[in-house]
Design a protein around this ligand. Structure first.
Ligand code: 5AD
Length: 352
């Protein structure tokens, strides 16, 4: 049997059993080709249509603070970057974002920020109450980094529904090359298990093509995601930021990110899978191609315009045009051009 047919059989196995062995993951990822990708994407769309139809869920992303106590080597808002303007949105600014988003049809708001010690549990709780009281029909997602089990419990108790915390990379040695010594893969993974146990709809994910990443690391990521069985999985290409130690590293590719999106759709048929901002940032049709590879979520930026440039995780991050909430009309037409439609709904995960 030639290599294409061998690998095609692995995709068929993943489609029918939702599971592969480590060596099968590595063979598939290392041996991928445009023809194999086409086959994969076809099956991924079929699975996506079975569970989620042609609906696209949107989330209004509110980047409410770019202060961060961490120093991740890849990230533009790391604490030792002195060149960015640090900001925090006030509660009334955040509520104004929600008001505008609600009018436009958003029914999920994502509060995303750096690990900012200003946001104690008490401050977060009051923010959660303020949003959930005004918008009880909306889901509220937090994406604010690692917190103690106790803190996560409080935030869930206050009414937050979902939590996004990418595991970034499963392998401990690889994790250590991307992060300062104060952070560990084990702590990250424990936090994710806690979030799930507490009852959050939980999202994880990783960067594609991050420095030093190997095919074996990616196999570990897929095996970890299978075990965790998250409600959401966000992946996007690593993109260098000029003010970080990784400024000279190569970016992850569109092609590998799309392939992994397709694999994730087959691995976890009901998972919520965003076509991420990073994917849209490396290619003009990145988001459309992500949807055509099996993704079903888009997260436009609802942050006030004057802070958008300061939330610079990586260079050339999209925040205007169809990437922004104001650009929703454009986004809708881009999605209908490829046969999909944006819906006004909470868009809860079908994973349970
Ligand atoms: N390139 C791509 N993604 C990045 N993130 C942070 N920095 C970068 C970068 N340089 C991602 C991380 C984080 C998410 C909020 O943004 O995966 O979890």
């Amino acid at each position: 049997m030639n290599e294409y047919n061998t690998l095609k059989k692995l995709i068929d196995k993943l489609y029918s059993s939702h599971s592969l062995l480590r060596e099968e993951w590595t063979a598939l990822i290392a041996g991928r080709s445009p023809r194999l990708s086409e086959y994969l994407f076809c099956l991924a769309r079929k699975v996506r249509h079975q569970h989620y139809g042609r609906d696209i869920y949107i989330r209004g992303l509110i980047e409410f603070t770019n202060y961060c106590r961490n120093d991740c080597l890849y990230c533009g808002i790391r604490k030792s970057n002195p060149h960015i303007h640090r900001y925090r949105l006030s509660e009334s600014e955040i509520l104004a974002c929600c008001r505008q988003g609600y009018k436009e049809g958003f029914r999920t708001f994502v509060l995303q920020g750096g690990e900012d010690s200003f946001y104690t549990d008490t401050r977060m709780e009051s923010l959660i109450h303020a949003i959930k009281n005004r918008y009880p029909d909306c889901a509220l997602t937090l994406s604010i980094g690692e917190r103690s089990t106790d803190s996560c419990r409080h935030l869930f108790g206050a009414g937050a529904d979902r939590y996004l915390l990418r595991h970034e990379t499963y392998d401990a040695a690889h994790y250590a090359k991307l992060h300062p010594a104060s952070l560990s893969a084990a702590a990250r993974q424990k936090c994710l298990r806690d979030l799930k146990d507490i009852g959050f709809q939980t999202g994880t994910g990783f960067m594609v093509g991050s420095p030093y990443q190997t095919v074996d690391n990616l196999a570990s990521d897929m095996l970890f995601i299978q075990r965790l069985n998250p409600h959401m999985a966000g992946i996007g290409p690593f993109i260098p930021h000029h003010d970080t130690p990784f400024s000279k590293q190569k970016a992850g590719t569109l092609e590998l990110t799309l392939f992994l999106l397709g694999l994730l759709r087959l691995l976890l048929p009901r998972v919520l899978l965003p076509a991420t901002t990073a994917l849209g940032s490396i290619h003009p049709y990145g988001r459309e191609l992500g949807i055509l590879a099996g993704a079903n979520v888009i997260m436009p930026n609802l942050s006030p315009r004057h802070v958008r440039d300061s939330y610079s995780l990586y260079d050339n991050k999209l925040s205007t045009g169809a990437e922004s909430a104001e650009g929703l009309r454009l986004l809708k037409s881009q999605m209908s051009a490829i046969g999909y439609h944006i819906v006004t709904a909470r868009g809860d995960s079908l994973v349970h």
